[in-house]
Design a protein around this ligand. Sequence first.
Ligand code: GLA
Length: 396
Amino acid sequence: MPTIAPNLDCIAGSLAERFQKLYGTSPHIFLAPGRVNLIGEHTDYNDGFVMPAAIDFYIWVGVAKRPDRILNVYSEHFAEMVQLSLAALAGPPRKHWSDYVRGVAAVLQAAGRTLSGANLMIYSQVPLGAGLSSSASLEVSTALALMAISEVEFSPLELVKICQRAEHEYAGTRCGIMDQFIAVCGRADCALMLDCRSLEHQILALPDDVCIVICNSMVKHELAAGEYNRRRADCESGVKILQRHLPNMRALRDATLADLQQNQPLLPQRIWRRCHHVVSENQRVLGAAEALRSGDLAGFGRLMYESHASLRDDYEVSCRELDLLVELASTCEGIYGARMTGAGFGGCTVNLIRSEAVDSFQSRVTESYKKATGKTLEVYVCAAAQGARAWQPLVG
Ligand code: GLA
């Protein structure tokens, strides 16, 4: 994975060539970005607040129509071709990359639209399973491709919900709405603060002299999907207990820290810690938005560190390597804040750094991480990017 995103025209051109070789026709091309979440982790499925940005690494889908009802799907990453019949997409998760494609096609059809058969080719710049939302960008880019060749239209918000449903029902993760939302609605040079209950969002410009730097720990924990669903179930148990005293409460979004303190004796210790993370994290997101608006990057950074500590201690979704990366980052020059990003259990940290300090940060953290773990860190310096779209080659 390169640290500087390669030219998008080149990627599109060479994807088109490979598509032509494999299928004998030229494709339409669609792309959807990965994402990094600046703050607001494990809050989206609690009706809370999140602050993601789309990043300039994409999943690309080349597509051409077929005259039958077959989807041929080639994944370049897995060097694997899968054939799906549009007439027989149902079935439980198979724990295979094609679940996302099958899911999106099935949910688009369940929404009452007839899809055309198609040949597809998938190329990913987003590292898979690293917490940068490769799943949502695959869902969204595939959905755009299938909709375009089938001449089917949905609003952006409908598209977001279709992709989320595909992930729930066909991939088996009961994810929130953040990843699909930012993959569709991302804005260049901006983060979004999303209210996951009303789905209203505010666009927050990121300062010019600051870089988003992502450190990939290269650790993947296979238990992630099961643990994710268990965290969600813990939050739901918390809500059920708290509702006895707070009958108007619908989700953890509705609780305050004072509510939690008052009801602490009712909540088993583990559940209390899960709730404490979510309720405090929602406050941190609101504080972080305020800090960004007023140019208080030091304040923003402090909230990132607090978020990480809460994910580590209360929500228990960090791991040794992510903790180490945050610790190492905190000792570097020019850093405002660092935290794990995404679902956790491995994956990446996000770091907010003054632009001129990025090079020294990169070499220092890479070297210390190698010494401490034996692992080779991957570092991505990102720009906040626009959401999913059809590829339009630059003219002239
Ligand atoms: C995954 C899910 C999101 C969100 C994050 C944790 O990325 O897809 O909906 O819950 O984890 O914040």
